[in-house]
Write a protein of this length. Structure first.
Length: 466
């Protein structure tokens, strides 16, 4: 399973020394031989595919396994119809690993895009706890003000409870128990002044029905979120209770984010030159689809529907996470294209959704109607890598260090590591590179504003009433 997930040398083999790899390989081959009626390790390609899909479970898409087998057929002799398991595993374990080191320690200046100037005081000047007390008798409002999450012990990011590692700093979440935290996005909608920190918004667009802002934990220099404000929809599953209305809502969120990116980021010449190699401004929001990864997560980290709009390229650390399979996670990240195609099928995908509805039920329903999650997810990942390399803005001259296997090295000397903490270096880089909160204030802190059209809880309708 580790071999499949990486498509590269298995870490367990490397850690175990010279003898471990042959022993592990022989063990796996014996399992295949014992399972084969003929006792042979040479299997028809379709049977090997079925076995690999069972090994992978729901961690690796069938489309990715198909692509891997295509590579194997091209890389091995006499494997068009039948593939020898031992030969295949040996080939898989010796494939060259992608370079997952990354540049760090930004120095010098870099282009930024300031947020919209829309200074406004909060509609509710107290804290989120004060807001809860004010609406103590309103159970709906109380439920909307919290999320179920795993709180990263290293960086404090609230992460989806299904994640194994933090998608902000990469720290393990394996030992973290689920807990509740404040729903900051609904704090934005209600115009609440602060929770554990000020609920200021790095504003990109606002209307009575939608809000678009820079993600506070940016994966790329142009990473936006778009949310509805007059409708509450905790997560993407509920869109399937009313597919036509769900599709219309998603499309409106898409237009809001894409238009903000075109009008603000793409119109900034210095930013366009640095990050997008001076490319011409796309003629339409549809033209952005090749260079922007858009979608929704389930489970979300914030329980209000939000479209992730991540314009490639990723920041160096986050591309390293993508290479390790920790961004756009299989069966957690749902590409906008997939959801649009699924919801456009109308009654064929309409479902009754409960809080405990398994996302696998949604995927199965949509698959039966003819939309393949695995194929679209695999294509989305391929597009992300292609767009990242197309722009490739990161230059050695922009950074002082390179992080290799969790150790920070000076670029000039990659023999001995420094004593620098890679997490602290990455945190400083994120702060220097991000457009969230620009321009910073006189103390070097992010700035922001509050939502002009902030709502009372009673004014936010449920997308799918109980």
């Amino acid at each position: 399973a580790a071999l499949l997930a990486r498509g590269a040398p298995c870490r367990a083999f490397r850690r175990g020394g010279r003898g471990a790899r042959p022993r592990a390989m022989e063990t796996v081959c014996r399992i295949f031989r014992d399972a084969c009626p003929s006792g042979s390790s040479r299997l028809p390609r379709d049977q090997l595919r079925q076995a690999l899909c069972r090994v992978a479970g729901d961690k690796i898409s069938s489309a990715s396994i198909d692509a891997l087998l295509e590579d194997a057929v091209c890389g091995l002799k006499d494997c068009e119809d039948c593939i020898d398991v031992e030969t295949f595993l040996s080939w898989l374990s010796t494939r060259s690993s992608p370079d997952t080191s990354y540049l760090a320690g930004l120095h010098g200046s870099i282009a930024h895009v300031d947020q919209l100037r829309a200074p406004l005081e909060p509609r509710f000047s107290g804290t989120i706890e004060d807001f809860r007390k004010l609406h103590a008798e309103d159970k709906v409002a109380q439920d909307r003000l919290r999320n179920t999450v795993k709180l990263c012990a290293n960086c404090g990011k609230p992460c989806a409870y299904t994640l194994r590692s933090c998608n902000s700093c990469g720290a393990s979440l394996e030992e973290i128990t689920c807990s509740y935290n404040d729903n900051v996005f609904m704090g934005f909608v209600y115009g609440i002044a602060k929770g554990k920190f000020p609920y200021i918004i790095s504003m990109r667009a606002q209307t009575p029905d939608f809000l678009c802002f820079d993600d506070p934990l940016q994966c790329s220099a142009c990473h936006l979120n778009a949310i509805p404000t007059s409708v509450y929809c905790p997560d993407l599953r509920y869109l399937f209770t009313d597919p036509p209305r769900g599709l219309a809502l998603l499309n409106a969120m898409h237009r809001t984010a894409a238009q903000a990116a075109l009008e603000q980021y793409w119109e900034n010449e210095a930013f366009r030159e640095k990050y997008w190699a001076g490319s011409e401004r796309p003629a339409s929001i549809e033209a952005l689809s090749e260079v922007v990864i858009m979608g929704l997560n389930f489970p979300p980290s914030m329980y209000q529907l939000h479209l992730q709009f991540i314009h490639m390229p990723l920041l160096p650390f986050h591309y390293k996470l993508l290479q390790g399979g920790e961004h756009f996670t299989f069966r957690r990240f749902f590409p906008l294209e997939y959801l649009q195609k699924a919801l456009s099928l109308g009654d064929a995908v309409k479902m009754s959704i409960r809080d405990d509805t398994d996302i696998a039920e949604v995927i199965a329903k949509v698959s039966a109607a003819g939309v393949d999650y695995d194929a679209i997810h695999a294509a989305t990942l391929a597009r992300a890598h292609a767009a990242h390399h197309r722009f490739s803005p990161w230059r050695e001259a922009d950074f002082l260090h390179r992080v290799i296997n969790g150790r920070v090295y000076n670029k000039a000397c990659l023999i001995s590591p420094t004593d620098l903490d890679p997490k602290e270096v990455q945190k400083a880089d994120a702060f220097a590179l991000q457009n969230y909160g620009r321009p910073y204030d006189a103390n070097g802190k992010p700035t922001g504003t509050y939502y002009k059209y902030a709502k009372e809880p009673k004014d936010v309708a449920a997308f799918a009433p109980p």
